[in-house]
Design a protein around this ligand. Structure first.
Ligand SMILES: Nc1ncnc2c1ncn2[C@@H]1O[C@H](COP(=O)(O)OP(=O)(O)OP(=O)(O)O)[C@@H](O)[C@H]1O
Ligand SMILES: [Mg+2]
Length: 154
């Protein structure tokens, strides 16, 4: 599936507003692939009404959302080693009423929770304003809404 930025945001918004917590979503793709765009859209859909800056330096930012849900925005790009995961409270990740969004989840080694989604974003060579999106399920995470077909392109 290929989406423009608006389409990706609309899908993310719907994920945030409909997914059942707890859920863990890994966001994968190279620098500038759109992981943060999607994370912010999911947060927005979940009801986070403050800006969500990049968590690159503090690795984890937590946002309270309505209905006792917390949105956790994690970016593991600058993690030195998987030892640092435990300082983030990694062992409880996704056990509470949380929507957990993990950029650069590849860097968590084998330590992602058993049940999660992996959303991979790729920039097509010939279409710099679109993103190819691949969704993979690991274990039994709660369902994600389908792509918004009406706004998809390509
Ligand atoms: N279809 C699209 N979907 C998402 N972003 C797009 C799209 N087309 C263009 N862009 C642009 O690509 C950039 C994506 O940046 P973003 O910060 O989300 O990337 P990232 O994957 O989080 O990178 P990093 O690894 O540095 O955290 C933004 O500048 C956005 O405007
Ligand atoms: Mg990012």
């Amino acid at each position: 599936m290929r989406l423009d930025e608006r389409g990706l945001e609309r899908w993310g918004d719907r994920i945030g507003s409909t997914v059942r917590a707890p859920v863990v979503i890994a966001l994968e793709g190279r620098l500038g692939a759109g992981k943060s765009v999607l994370a912010r859209a999911i947060g927005h859909g979940a009801g986070v009404d403050v800006p969500m800056p990049s968590p690159s330096y503090n690795l984890l930012l937590r946002y309270p959302a309505p209905d006792q849900v917390d949105v956790l925005h994690i970016d593991l790009y600058r993690i030195g080693s998987t030892d640092e995961l435990w300082e983030l409270g990694w062992s409880q990740l996704g056990e509470g009423n949380e929507i957990v969004l993990v950029e650069w989840a590849e860097r968590a080694g084998g330590f992602m929770p058993d049940d999660h989604w992996i959303i991979g974003l790729t920039v097509p060579d010939e279409e710099p304003l679109l993103r190819d999106i691949e969704v993979r399920r690991v274990g039994h995470p709660p369902e994600l809404p389908p792509f918004p077909m009406s706004v998809s392109v390509g």
